[in-house]
Design a protein around this ligand. Sequence first.
Ligand SMILES: [Zn+2]
Length: 208
Amino acid sequence: MPQPQEQRERLTRERLTEEIGRVVAEVEQLTGLRSRWNGTVTVLDDRTAALFSPEPYSAKKEWSCSITVVTSVAAEDGRWRTLIHEALHSVSIGLTPQSFLLFPYWEEGVVENLQRLYRPILLKRLGLAVTEAAFTATEAEWRYSAPVDALRRIMAELPATGEQEFMERLLRVPLASRKATVFGWGRGAEDFERFKRVYAEASGHLNG
Ligand SMILES: [Zn+2]
């Protein structure tokens, strides 16, 4: 007979595997990109997670392409934002350890913008009635808010595209080329000098 705690952990892992599977399928459909998620989930208790990471986190996509979720988040409604965020990393083009080291926020900013944009439709498609209140507190103080806003400021200087379309385009540009590609798009800006000033300031929030 498995021990109660062992059994609880197994059930949590099974539930999360099923939930991530559904989220990944929706993200693939929304983005038209294939996920590299390998179908496995690791559940880590909060203390162990803190030992492995210098910064607090609720989940992450490992380089092996499994997804790790911290126990305290696993049962909260707020986990959905995290699962969508990690699913987006798993489809992001050109996400490698090297490119992430050089351009971490060009990845985090794009993924987090899309997480927020896709979430309402995605939860609806999954038939979940989770209120926005489950996410707002976390997002108000979230450590990736600066890159989220920086990308929006750059976007505002470019010929009008919808925010979702802009972020989806970026998700398809290999991570190592995103910074240069966006600068190239700036040549189409109405006021290139102004674009350069905004880009210089905003990309400061996007560098590693
Ligand atoms: Zn992330």
